[in-house]
Ligand binder design. Structure first.
Ligand code: S3P
Length: 242
């Protein structure tokens, strides 16, 4: 389990469906917990995505999704939810889950959890695990979302951030070559679902969060009834509108 998490729930609880919107008890609890609490937006430009849509962070391991999410949430006045953390609250450590059940079972449970998160229709910042886009079901769900942000990172910086890849079973063995191979396999999948792409190399989490806030603010300008003349928001951000 990662150090910044709350306690793991007791066995059996995680799979029990609650009555409310089909959410498992754990998902619902996490959504309502203090770690997922929202507040006033620090960025006064942000008035929200269309109601009930989250800002979703995707990207490879080491791109900073979780760290950026924690900074972005308070900036936008949105609750923050980390899908990997939630997975571990429900199922225990990801590495142990891989060892015990294998990757296909992990992907299936991960996709179930993401479906629940997205179908809860809450405006929040959600960071997903790097492999979430492998699931076609998850990709279809993400294509319905107006605010999916792909965080890009250079290999060297990602590997520096990831250290030896502890807690990330897909990097076992040779983290550098595995990271590279996985990225080449997943890159088209990220692009299939991303609304915007933000380069994170050389930036800290606050700077990345500020760029995302800029994109969202420009989007609001774009959808305002009488938008002023402006440049494409994609020009400075590698232009990956889907
Ligand atoms: C994975 C990425 C991890 C975690 C799991 C598998 C992947 O999340 O979901 O270890 O396949 O890329 P991060 O991207 O947050 O490291």
């Amino acid at each position: 389990m990662r150090p910044d998490e709350g306690p793991r729930a007791s066995a059996g609880e995680g799979t029990e469906a609650s009555g409310a919107a089909g959410l498992t008890r754990h998902v619902r609890r996490a959504l309502e917990s203090g770690t997922a609490s929202s507040g006033p937006a620090r960025d006064p430009r942000f008035v929200g995505l269309p109601p009930a849509h989250p800002v979703v962070l995707i990207g490879p391991m080491g791109s900073g999704k979780s760290t950026v999410g924690r900074v972005l949430g308070p900036l936008l006045g949105l609750a923050v939810l980390d899908a990997d953390h939630l997975f571990e609250e429900v199922h225990g450590p990801i590495a142990a889950f891989f060892t015990e059940h294998g990757e296909p079972a992990f992907r299936s449970a991960e996709a179930d959890l993401i479906r629940e998160i997205l179908s809860s229709h809450r405006p929040e910042v959600v960071s997903l695990g790097g492999g979430a886009v492998i699931s076609a079901t998850t990709r279809r769900a993400l294509q319905q979302e107006p605010g999916v942000i792909l965080l890009e990172v250079d290999e060297a910086e990602a590997l520096a951030r990831l250290g030896g890849g502890e807690g990330r079973p897909v990097l076992a063995g040779d983290p550098a070559s595995t990271w590279r191979r996985i990225l080449s396999e997943r890159e088209p999948l990220y692009r299939e679902v991303a609304t915007w792409t933000v380069k994170t190399t050389g930036l800290d989490a606050g700077e990345v969060a500020a760029r995302i806030a800029d994109l969202l603010a420009e989007r609001q300008t774009e959808t305002a009834p009488t938008p002023p003349p402006r440049q494409s928001p994609f020009e400075d951000h590698s232009g990956d509108a889907r």
